[in-house]
Ligand binder design. Structure first.
Ligand SMILES: [Zn+2]
Length: 186
């Protein structure tokens, strides 16, 4: 029981895929087997997210092309939202469009003001296949939209335009973790 009380406590961090990795650019497929392998994946994803001090993580960020994400993220009332979703679908994203700071564990060290809806609802399943609906506001709504984007092969950078986008991409190309092929450009 104890190992189940803290998500990730029995998991092992996996290497993070970074910007430029094809795993981040492809849409993930639905989970069909709610088995022990899925439970291990979710545990490992929590361990990976905590090790990297993130507030959310999608499965393709550790190279697994399945529709799964985990989160441990405050909402606008500073309430801690902790959980995971399997086969999530963003069913509502509405309210005010707010431009706020956003970053990503796959684009480490970089942050950009990114427009997101203030309210989001995601439907999916638990690791054991029970239906779940998660709704969020503020920063947690941002997190839900961010993770759903990942599962479609998207990144928050896709929501940036103009100077903000150019700045973020330039910073990423100069980041210490950027591949040699990227670092030599320009
Ligand atoms: Zn991300």
């Amino acid at each position: 029981m104890r190992s189940r009380s803290i998500p990730g406590s029995s998991g092992h961090p996996r290497p993070l895929r970074l910007l430029g990795d094809p795993a981040l650019a492809a849409a993930c497929r639905d989970v069909t087997d709610f088995d022990a392998g899925l439970a291990t994946l979710v545990e490992d994803m929590f361990a990976t997210m905590y090790a990297a001090q993130g507030v959310g993580l999608a499965a393709n960020q550790v190279g697994v092309p399945l529709r799964v994400f985990v989160y441990d993220c405050p909402d606008d009332d500073d309430r801690r939202r902790l959980g995971h979703l399997v086969n999530p679908r963003l069913v509502e994203a509405d309210g005010v469009l707010v431009r706020g700071p956003e970053g990503c564990l796959s684009v480490p060290g970089i942050e950009a003001g990114t427009p997101r809806y203030d309210h989001a609802v995601v439907e999916g399943f638990s690791v054991t296949g029970e239906p779940r609906t998660v709704s969020g506001t503020g920063f947690f709504a941002r997190c839900l939209q961010h993770e759903c984007d990942h599962l479609e092969g998207g990144l928050y950078l896709d929501h940036l335009t103009g100077l903000r986008r150019r700045r973020a991409l330039r910073a990423a190309s100069r980041a210490p973790w950027a591949g040699r092929d990227r670092a030599t450009g320009s």
